[in-house]
Design a protein around this ligand. Structure first.
Ligand SMILES: *Cc1c(COP(=O)(O)O)cnc(C)c1O
Length: 422
């Protein structure tokens, strides 16, 4: 359920027609709905109410500071995976003591910035990283609160490029080494080890991998406690999958039941790191049709958004529902169309043989479920602009990121003197 619905024949974001925003900011643009963000955040809160977890929104799924500020206002923390994301979360007003920092390649500089800001927890992903965090903490004269991200070696049964919990993936510390690493961390003066973390992948539509990973985590807690270690916190990662059209999604309530079964009774504080499940359905990418082209065997709608704006179809063969902003008649004839962008790559295709009502040049289309891993992955390939982002609340909208165009790019480039001389 989201708040992008037709009213008076036009697709709206809450009470704002998307065509009105298109007139104001041009196309393509991302549009996010605060009511949808809130609905999804509350769904997690409600489903997990008895376990009272800290819900740290995964900033990498949508890092716009207005989105982060809105979620922080609901009580969300932030899960960050880089120094840049730490800066964004802090700039958005997420309290430092609700920020958890994961990532396989944290540099000493990033760790230092996180420690200076007083962030809540750093999840360690390797033994050398433990040494780095300890060294940086010592040099700053502070104690670093850390968790150990384990690699539980379970198959998340998702797209290979977003699977992160198998032994061959680069993430986390092999679960069989947990005892040694935990003991080493516990012995270090500038390290305060609080527990375990895991994140097995993204867009999980099957709950079995969670069950396997969390029961392994539960067993490890018991083993560590038998060793005399203190284990107070468990960070359960994110990854809950959503419907992109053809596939049904899992609900936070079903997910909560898996967590309850596997980990209740351990008396640990829980952290959740959902990204996609909160932001995915809360955004659309609106684009304008430039041309309709009749190919030899296909009919193409060439639109002004491209793979640089929304990379998921090119990167993961992902499906996004595409709907016209002007509502089609219920009995409208459907034509199989390829919806493609203008970039010089065949991969710049949003949909192939997609049944769509008749559309013509100048029409607006909305690519649904674009609120997560959309704008954050945009690039300036083909010297295209980064699309603007718009946040809607009820009947108002605000441009929360302006278009960043070729002039902004050129302002950062220069030609050396020896090339400008005649
Ligand atoms: C990407 C990521 C998440 C969020 O994943 P979603 O699929 O968006 O829920 C959570 N935690 C970590 C460590 C991540 O890398």
């Amino acid at each position: 359920m989201d708040h992008f619905q037709y009213a008076d024949g036009r697709l709206h974001a809450e009470a704002v027609p998307l065509s009105t925003i298109a007139e104001a900011v041009g196309t393509p643009f991302y549009c996010y709905s605060t009511a949808t963000l809130e609905r999804h955040f509350r769904a997690f809160e409600t489903a997990f109410a008895d376990m009272a977890p800290t819900i740290c929104f995964a900033v990498k799924s949508n890092s716009n500071i207005a989105v982060l500020r809105f979620l922080a206002g609901l009580g969300a923390g932030a899960d960050v995976v880089s120094g840049g994301e730490t800066t964004r979360a802090l700039a958005a007003g997420v309290p430092a003591d609700r920020i958890v920092y994961s990532g396989v390649g944290k540099t000493a500089e990033e760790v230092a910035a996180a420690l200076k800001a007083g962030i809540w927890q750093i999840n360690l992903e390797s033994e050398p990283e433990l040494e780095t965090v300890a060294r940086v903490a010592q040099s700053l004269g502070v104690t670093a609160t850390v968790g150990i991200r384990i690699n539980p070696d379970v198959d998340a049964n998702t797209h290979a490029k977003i699977s992160t919990g198998k032994a061959e993936n680069k993430f986390g510390i092999d679960w069989m080494r947990t005892r040694e690493v935990y003991a080493r961390a516990a012995s270090m003066p500038n390290i305060h080890i609080v527990g375990l973390a895991l994140h097995i992948g993204s867009q999980l539509l099957d709950l079995e991998p969670y069950r396997a990973a969390y029961s392994r985590m539960g067993q490890l807690v018991e083993t560590l406690r038998a060793d005399g270690q203190t284990v107070e916190r468990l960070d359960l990662g994110g990854g809950l999958g959503i419907g992109y059209g053809p596939n049904p999604s899992q609900t936070p309530a079903d997910y909560a039941e898996v967590v309850r079964t596997a980990l209740a009774g351990l008396d640990c504080e829980l952290t959740l790191e959902p990204g996609r499940a909160i932001a995915g359905n809360a955004g659309v990418l609106v684009t304008k049709v430039i041309y309709i082209k009749e190919g030899a065997t296909r009919k193409f709608a060439i639109v002004d958004a491209a793979m640089n704006d929304l990379m998921r179809p090119a990167l993961y063969d992902a499906h996004h529902d595409i709907v016209p902003v002007a509502e089609a008649a219920a009995d409208a004839h459907l034509f199989d169309m390829d919806v493609v962008g203008p970039i010089c790559e065949t991969g710049d295709t949003f949909a192939t043989n997609r049944p769509l009502p008749e559309i013509k040049a100048g029409d607006l289309l909305a690519l649904r479920t674009a609120g997560a891993y959309g704008a954050v992955m945009a690039s300036m390939y083909n010297a295209r602009a980064l699309p603007p982002e718009v946040l809607v609340k009820d009947d108002t909208f605000h441009v929360v990121r302006q278009r960043i165009g070729v002039d902004d790019m050129l302002a950062r480039e220069s030609v050396p003197d020896w090339l400008t001389e005649p």
